[in-house]
Structures are given as structure tokens and as C-alpha cells.
Design a binder for this molecule. Structure first.
Ligand SMILES: Cc1cc2nc3c(=O)[nH]c(=O)nc-3n(C[C@H](O)[C@H](O)[C@H](O)COP(=O)(O)OP(=O)(O)OC[C@H]3O[C@@H](n4cnc5c(N)ncnc54)[C@H](O)[C@@H]3O)c2cc1C
Length: 390
């Protein structure tokens, strides 16, 4: 979409035969919402997004509130945009609708097999087709193949944590605290995140556990028996246990991530450039993986526009890799910082024993200052290209 808005021609290759839906929510921070609105998704977000009033941290065992950060109006005043929660299927629909409006024509059921670097970038598809172009943008996620074309790309590995997701068909009362906020319940070696989605009609839950002993396949949705869950989360407070028992369909998968980036050459090589999880899959504890992919796309499109010319002529052949290098130079440090903070948040959420007590004291004393992320959500942090347009 960002490329089309800049008047670039593109071919979009997608291995799925048709759009797939997933039964899970996603948080969109102000940095992601800002860009999605600039891409023309404002009306769609108004329809599918739910705006939490605050972010609250609670103790997993007692349920006691430890800290609360106001979001909503306060974020709009401070960052220009709110945090939204969205059902992934709704977001996917909205993205696809807007992409089609902008003239993107996805080629469904086309599997990228390999990328070869020559005078042009060449993508070879499983169908035997090849596509030659000035720039191949690898946006094929954690398990994609495009990173093989970037020799220094970081390789994802298992984090030793498992995420288990489910959703309640009935949301907590919208007037109750739980019905108005994103809640993180912190325990020893485990934590739970819950928030309303679909305008408060559903309540999404993600349980994160240290679980190196389970060898799940590397997929999105291994069914997970509820009984095993109540054993695992036996220490949780009654309310949360009630939630865990009310969900029939739990799905689990191991969390994989790359180490924080150490340089721009991990995102680009000649005619290949990586965006999103393909270049920097991260732990989900800052709720920023997709947001970073959205920022990547925005910055890359603006670098391509800035350095022009467009099309498939010889000048484009030279300038598109240069724009991709500029993109990588602009992005890698910010992404590395998000990756580091996500790692750190995960550790803090799961502290045990005396360290957990110290965390709780710190949160009670200075929660809002510790939980806010001005460096992440603020304006003017995406580089000049974005600042001009937004
Ligand atoms: C538990 C959990 C909670 C999360 N919560 C949040 C959150 O609240 N907020 C947030 O911002 N992020 C969150 N994330 C991170 C977010 O889900 C990911 O960062 C994001 O989905 C990555 O998007 P992507 O487009 O880069 O990759 P993907 O979503 O993996 O998409 C890759 C696409 O490429 C296609 N593809 C793959 N291989 C090929 C091939 N060979 N040929 C053609 N097509 C191919 C795939 O079919 C797919 O459509 C969370 C992650 C987890 C695990």
C-alpha cells in the first residue's frame, strides 16, 4: 500500500491460496495507528478498533492491581493517536480492501522458492515463473525464504517460551476495569495478557510460559488441552482461573525470535531487502512486532520515492538498492532497541521470588513512568521521510 501510494508498480506474491483468518487479537500502538491512518485506513480502524482506556499490571496470584497507565485521551494528547486493539481477521480484511483500492493485485497461491542476485534481483517461484526487478522486498515472516538472499540476515531461534491463545465469547462488563483496559497479570515464570476486541464483544487472552521442555512444531496453532492449562496456571487468581476454564479452544505455539539487530547489513543485500518478521522477528512482550513491520514498509516506500526514479528503467535498477540501503540505515537501531526492550519486558513480567517483590514495589511506586514509551510512540522518530508526510 505504501508503495502504491508513492506511485510505484509492484507484484505481490503470496503463498496462501486465499486470505486466511486467525482467531486472535492484536494491539496497535500509536506509532502503528498513525501510519495505518496515513495509508487510508482511518475509517476502517474506527469500525474495527477498540480503544482501551488504560494499561494495567496485576499480580497473577492475587489479582491485585500493581500499576495503571492511562491510554486513550492521554495518548492522543501526547502522541496524536491512541492504542487500538483489533481482531487479526478484521485487520487483515481492512488491509486487503485498502490494498485492492490502491490497485495492488495479490498473486495468491504463489510460493517464493529462491532469490538470485544478478544485475537485477530475480525471484524464482515454485510454479517455475521468475520475476526480475530492481528490488525484492522480503515480507514473508519468521519462516520465510527471502532472508536467505541477505547473507548477514539474523536467523530466528526458539526463545524457550510458549504462547497459548484463546478468546472468551463474552467480554467482561464494559463498565468494569477489566472491560476497559489491557491487563497484564505477572507471575513467576509466566504471565497473561487480556483485552477486549471486536468493540468489546470478545475478550482475547494470551498466556506466556517458560516452557523449553515442550517440543511443539513450529506452527501457529497446535491445539492445547484446557486441563493442562489449569495445571500450569494453578497459582492464578479466581477470576483469571474462571476465564481460563471458560475457553474451549486454546492454541499454542513456541515463540521464536532473532537476536537484536547489530547493523544495517542484516536487512539488505544488493537487490533484496527485508521488512517485518522476515528481517527481525521479536518477542511479543512490547506488542510491537507488526508495528515495526508497518513502520518498515512506510520508511522503505518513502526512501524509494525520495531517491526515485520509479519504474523498471536502468536508473531505477541502480537507485532502488540505494533506497533500500538508506531504509536499513534508518531502521536498524530503532528496531534493535524495540527488540531489546521486548526481551527485557518479558523477563520483568516473569520474575520470581524476591525479584518479583522488588518489581511489584517499583511498579506501585512509579508504574506509569516505567510503563510509558515516549521514545517508541512519539512523533518524529521515523526519520525525515515520514516526518514530511505525517
Ligand atoms: C503471541 C504474540 C502476540 C503478538 N502481539 C502483537 C501485538 O499485539 N502487536 C504487534 O504489533 N505485534 C504483535 N505480535 C507480532 C506480530 O504478530 C508479527 O510481528 C507480525 O504478524 C509479522 O508480520 P509479517 O507480515 O512480517 O509476517 P507474517 O505475518 O508471518 O506474514 C508473512 C506472509 O508471507 C507469506 N509467505 C511466507 N512464506 C512465503 C513464500 N515462500 N512465498 C510467498 N509467500 C510467503 C505468508 O503466507 C504470510 O502471508 C505478536 C506475536 C505473537 C507471537
Amino acid at each position: 500500500m505504501a508503495l502504491r501510494q508513492q506511485g510505484q508498480d509492484l507484484a505481490l506474491i503470496e503463498q496462501a491460496k486465499e486470505p486466511r483468518t486467525e482467531g486472535a487479537g492484536i494491539q496497535l500502538g500509536p506509532n502503528a495507528v498513525r501510519i495505518l491512518k496515513a495509508l487510508g485506513l482511518g475509517d476502517a480502524l474506527a469500525e474495527i478498533g477498540w480503544e482501551p482506556k488504560q494499561l494495567r499490571v496485576r499480580d497473577l496470584a492475587s489479582g491485585a492491581s500493581l500499576a495503571c497507565l492511562p491510554l486513550s485521551d492521554r495518548q492522543v494528547a501526547k502522541y496524536g493517536q491512541p492504542t487500538l486493539t483489533v481482531h487479526r481477521a478484521d485487520l487483515q480484511d481492512a488491509l486487503l480492501t485498502r490494498a485492492l483500492e490502491l490497485g495492488v493485485q495479490p498473486q495468491w497461491g504463489q510460493n517464493l522458492e529462491s532469490i538470485q542476485a544478478g544485475a537485477w534481483g530475480m525471484a524464482r517461484l515454485e510454479s517455475g515463473e521468475t520475476i526480475e526487478t530492481g528490488l525484492i522486498v522480503g515480507a514473508d515472516g519468521l519462516r520465510g525464504r527471502s532472508r536467505l538472499a541477505v547473507p548477514n540476515a539474523s536467523r530466528p531461534s526458539a526463545t524457550g517460551q510458549i504462547a497459548i491463545r484463546g478468546q472468551l465469547e463474552v467480554c467482561p462488563n464494559p463498565r468494569s476495569e477489566l472491560g476497559q483496559e489491557i491487563t497484564v497479570w505477572c507471575g513467576g515464570g509466566q504471565h497473561v495478557v487480556g483485552y477486549p476486541i471486536r468493540s468489546g464483544k470478545l475478550y482475547g487472552l494470551v498466556l506466556i510460559q517458560d516452557a523449553a521442555q515442550w517440543s511443539l512444531d513450529h506452527s501457529w496453532s497446535t491445539p492445547w488441552p484446557a486441563i493442562r492449562l489449569s495445571q500450569l496456571f494453578g497459582e492464578s487468581n479466581n477470576l483469571l482461573r474462571g476465564f481460563l476454564e471458560s475457553v474451549d479452544d486454546w492454541r499454542a505455539w513456541p515463540l521464536w525470535a532473532t537476536e537484536p539487530l547489530t547493523g544495517p547489513d542484516q536487512l539488505v543485500f544488493r537487490h533484496s531487502v527485508l521488512i517485518g518478521d522476515a528481517g527481525h522477528a521479536m518477542r511479543p512482550h512490547l506488542a510491537q512486532g507488526a508495528a515495526m513491520g508497518i513502520e518498515d514498509a512506510w520508511v522503505l516506500a518513502h526512501e524509494l520515492q525520495r531517491l526515485g526514479p520509479q519504474g523498471t528503467g536502468i536508473a531505477a535498477l541502480e537507485n532502488q538498492p540505494l533506497a533500500a540501503t538508506q531504509y536499513a540505515n534508518q531502521r536498524w537501531q530503532r528496531i534493535a532497541m524495540v527488540q531489546q526492550r521486548a526481551q527485557r519486558s518479558g523477563k520483568i513480567f516473569q520474575l520470581r521470588g524476591p525479584m518479583a517483590l522488588a518489581r511489584n514495589m517499583a511498579l506501585r511506586a512509579a508504574g506509569p513512568q516505567l510503563m510509558d514509551q515516549p521514545w517508541l510512540y512519539g512523533h518524529g522518530l521515523l526519520g525525515h521521510a515520514t516526518d514530511v508526510v505525517l
